[in-house]
Design a protein around this ligand. Structure first.
Ligand code: FAD
Length: 332
């Protein structure tokens, strides 16, 4: 059991904010993780993946657990499908690249999402009409309170838009994830941007779809090694029918998507733009000039500056449109 003390977390979050963790560990196996959890029962704990969806505003007075279980294994396969298990610490996009190179379909639309495999079920990562929940069939985890090992079926993961039981409870450390992928692939038009990028390609292959997505994402998103960020900062808000109608009086061109149960989703990026926050900057923090939903760090190592900027955007939008944007990014 290797526990480190007073570890600087700046290299472990993509916003590059500074904070010190009193205790820090990188368990290599589920057994080691169970032992650690049992050895520190009263300690406050935080699970850290690759740090692309969180940042720190203050030192962490507790134990940071950074799962280090690696490996990609074929568990079983038939003529039509394959079950792949990937360790929590595997880099997500390397895993997607592996699946695509083997001709296993189902993950290609999630190409180039930064992060670890272990975090993929947490917020049910999604892009281009695909979500992790479409292929995750099992999640292996350790209960952070007891050290007990638990297997979750896909249903037990309670997946919904950018949400899961893991996100709602913060109670389970994911050690590996099992995906069911298909050995055949027929491109289906699901997303206008992607279809446009693939125009002129009669029946795109898995690799062509992956490459198209990589091209679009590289054009659209800021490079976090140059402009530190955590991707989309806010969730798209869900509105009741009444809220939607009130907002449509103020914004006639409001984009609205039916989210079922008489609820409607609108675009956080659209509201940020309409409120005049696209491309603005306060000191060392601002919204990205080409994508209003992304908050970028121009050079601070103080997470409080990012949190203050977030509040300014939230309050400005609330005052103008009566909608309180919720962060998708975790702030500690
Ligand atoms: C440029 C950019 C683009 C992005 N694009 C997208 C996108 O298109 N779609 C999308 O959905 N997201 C996107 N994101 C967000 C991010 O990539 C995902 O949330 C990703 O899953 C984060 O993985 P991570 O390992 O960095 O998790 P972290 O940021 O380390 O952790 C995120 C959350 O998951 C928890 N967690 C991490 N690992 C585990 C584990 N093993 N067990 C239990 N809990 C764990 C943490 O406690 C935390 O609450 C983007 C981010 C960036 C910077």
């Amino acid at each position: 059991m290797n526990i480190q003390h007073n570890i600087q977390l700046q290299p472990y979050n993509s916003f590059r904010t500074k904070a010190v963790a009193r205790l820090f560990c990188e368990p290599q196996t589920a057994e080691e993780l169970s032992e650690i959890v049992k050895a520190y029962p009263g300690e406050k704990k935080l699970i850290l993946g690759a740090g692309f969806n969180l940042f720190f505003t203050e030192d962490y007075d507790g134990l940071i657990i950074r799962p280090a279980m690696g490996g990609i294994n074929i568990l079983s396969e038939t003529d039509s499908e394959v079950l792949l298990e990937a360790g929590a610490a595997e880099d997500w996009d390397t895993f997607v690249a592996y699946a695509v190179s083997k001709g296993f379909a189902g993950l290609e639309n999630l190409s180039l999402i930064p992060g670890s495999v272990g975090a993929s079920p947490v917020q049910n990562i999604g892009a281009y009409g695909t979500e992790a929940k479409d292929t995750v069939i099992r999640v292996n985890a350790v209960d952070i309170r007891t050290g007990e090992r638990i297997i979750f079926t896909s249903e037990e993961c309670g997946f919904s838009y950018r949400d899961s039981i893991f996100k709602r409870t913060c109670r389970y450390v994911i050690t590996s994830v099992i995906f069911r992928l298909s050995k055949s692939f027929n491109y289906k038009e699901k997303y206008i941007d992607l279809s446009r990028e693939l125009e002129g390609v009669p029946s795109p292959t898995l690799s062509q779809v992956r490459e198209a997505i990589i091209r679009i994402r590289t054009r659209k998103l800021p490079d976090y090694t140059v402009l530190p960020n955590a991707g989309s900062f806010f969730k798209n808000p869900l509105l009741s029918k009444e809220e939607k109608e009130m907002l449509q009086h103020k914004l006639v061109d409001l984009p609205v998507y039916n989210a079922g149960d008489n609820m409607f989703k609108t675009s956080a990026a659209f509201l940020i733009e309409k409120a005049g926050y696209k491309g603005i900057r306060r000191g060392m923090v601002g919204t990205y000039e080409h994508h209003s939903l992304i908050i970028v760090n121009y050079g601070t190592d103080n997470g409080k500056e990012i949190a203050d900027f977030m509040k300014e955007v939230q309050n400005g939008i609330y005052q103008q449109f009566g909608v309180m944007l919720e962060p998708e990014v975790w702030i500690f």
